[in-house]
Design a binder for this molecule. Structure first.
Ligand code: NAI
Ligand code: MG
Length: 486
């Protein structure tokens, strides 16, 4: 039996195990959360958010116009001056603890809503996004009254009103990464979630209201890029924190240049995932799968460029193809699903365009043989093997389940290839030799280097990029710095 046959003859079927959404109560319409209350938009406009797995509308969402942004920023300013700035730090911590506990109490509801709105597998929102979001609030609650210990012999102060703009790939988690350190440092917040994934941020607004946080300390406004731009350009905002595309990051950097606004950016990535011949190959295959197919590849730190040492390339690629056959692509609400729906049509078109170009250029391509669901936005896990360093597929962020594979012979060669990119967010290394790990972690220009693992996160560990991946760190003590004046 040749390898191809052994792949196709294997039976990977599982009975479906759907997560119930009976306990979820969603409203038909969601308003803006300003000054501790849900209020109708002054713009009088609404738009739809949809479930990417079914194409069905989930709810109508308020579209914040300039007047609404202004109301939110004013609310945040008043709350800053009247209550939050003056409140003893240990009291601020109590609110953060409360938010963390309330996310935990409602974790199942949050996980289901996150999967409905994003298309990500329920297993991932349940085991990764929601618990980690709660942990960020717990972690920064601990720092709120210890800022003097975090930065000994330096007097630190809050900034004032912070505008935060987040993307659609980890909606609640990104909200937590942004809100928790900002509040711990004594700032007030106006947060704008991504247009396609506003629901968990609005659910978080319910928690923020119910936990008794003083009105206006956190405001959540929904809308598209124009709403984000109005927040960036508002004269009474002291700082902007942005996670999203490099393109919009550059626009924001232009808009804030020459103003007094502080800025931190977490942008795209094109991570090198490097496997040496001495690595534990089976574990490396799991790491590769986790690194690029996890969350449909909608991950800024996705291990999207695989570099494998030449002597093991054939073995590793054949094992990877075999493993890909067992990945279940389909309904995000099924607990067996590994790869869910692509979040939005624009993104799916972008990924398909990359795949089409690669195929047209004659690059060796491999896709798993699975059938995609008839309805909804889906993409097969895809490999491009033997791609040139200069190829678009290697240079540009695809943000989907697409992996390019290149080989290398020496450590010097792979360092040069890995660093030959405009990005520098993360990297992964698989080897049996500690010395190689230390050498690479010093020489790879990436904010995070994972060794013999991939996509591991902890609130205590800082995350952020080099070059066009942005600047400023989130997580850890470092994550306090962007929210303080020194
Ligand atoms: P985007 O950068 O346009 O959107 C991110 C956030 O910025 C959203 O909340 C959006 O409403 C807001 N925004 C858009 N234009 C703005 C402006 N002019 N001023 C202020 N805020 C603005 O990302 P998009 O269009 O959803 O995705 C495009 C590409 O970006 C993806 O294909 C992917 O390559 C990359 N991306 C990277 C992410 C990351 O985590 N680093 C997350 C999402 C996308
Ligand atoms: Mg955009």
């Amino acid at each position: 039996m040749n390898k191809e046959n052994s792949i196709n003859n294997f039976n990977w079927s599982y009975a479906t195990a759907l997560e119930s959404s009976d306990h979820i109560k969603l409203q038909e319409r969601y308003e803006l959360f300003i000054n501790g209350k849900f209020v109708k938009p002054l713009s009088k406009k609404y738009y739809e958010t949809q479930n990417p797995a079914s194409g069905k509308k989930i709810a109508n969402i308020a579209l914040a116009g300039e007047l609404d942004v202004n109301a939110a920023v004013n609310g945040a300013r008043q709350a800053y001056n009247k209550t939050w700035k003056k409140m003893p730090a240990k009291e601020r911590a109590v609110y953060l603890f409360r938010i963390a506990r309330m996310i935990q109490e409602r974790a199942r509801e949050f996980a289901v809503i996150e999967s409905l709105d994003t298309g990500k597998p329920i297993r991932e929102s349940r085991d990764f996004d929601i618990p980690l979001a709660a942990n960020h609030f717990f972690y920064y609650a601990g720092w709120a009254d210890k800022l003097d210990y975090a930065f000994p012999n330096r007097k630190v102060n809050s900034l004032g009103v912070v505008g935060q703009i987040i993307p659609w790939n980890f909606p609640l988690l990104m909200a937590a990464w942004k809100i928790a350190p900002a509040l711990a440092c004594g700032n007030t917040v106006v947060l704008k979630p991504a247009e396609t994934t506003p629901l968990t941020a609005l659910k978080l607004a319910e928690i923020i209201r119910d936990c008794g946080l003083p009105p206006g300390v956190v405001n959540i406004i929904t809308g598209f890029g124009q709403t984000g731009a109005a927040l960036v350009n508002h004269p009474d905002v002291n700082k902007i924190a942005f996670t999203g595309s490099t393109e919009v990051g550059k626009l924001i950097q232009h808009a804030t240049a020459g103003t007094n606004k502080k800025l931190s950016l977490e942008l795209g990535g094109k991570a090198a995932h490097i496997v040496f011949a001495d690595a534990a190959i089976n574990q490396a295959v799991e790491g590769i799968v986790n690194g690029i197919f996890f969350n449909q590849g909608h991950v800024c730190c996705a291990g999207s460029r695989l570099f494998v040492q030449e002597t093991i390339a054939d073995e590793l690629i054949s094992k990877l193809k075999f493993r890909m056959e067992s990945l279940l692509v389909g309904d995000p609400m099924d607990k067996n699903t590994d790869i869910g729906a692509i979040n939005n049509k624009v993104q799916l078109d972008k990924i398909n365009e990359f795949i089409k170009t690669g195929i047209a250029e004659g690059i060796e391509v491999h896709q798993s043989s699975c059938d995609l669901p008839k309805k909804g936005l889906y993409c097969k896990p895809t490999l491009f093997i033997g791609v040139a360093q200069s190829n678009r597929l290697v240079q540009e962020e695809i943000f989907g389940p697409v992996l390019t594979i290149q080989t290398f012979r020496t450590i010097e060669e792979v360092i040069e290839k890995a660093n030959n990119t405009n990005y520098g967010l993360s990297a992964g290394v698989w080897t049996d030799k500690g010395a190689k790990i230390l050498q690479l972690s010093a020489k790879l220009k990436a904010g995070v280097v994972w060794a013999n693992t991939y996509n591991k996160f902890d609130p205590a560990s800082p995350f952020g990029g080099f070059k066009e991946s942005g600047f400023g760190r989130e997580g850890g003590v470092h994550g306090l710095i962007p929210y303080l004046n020194f």
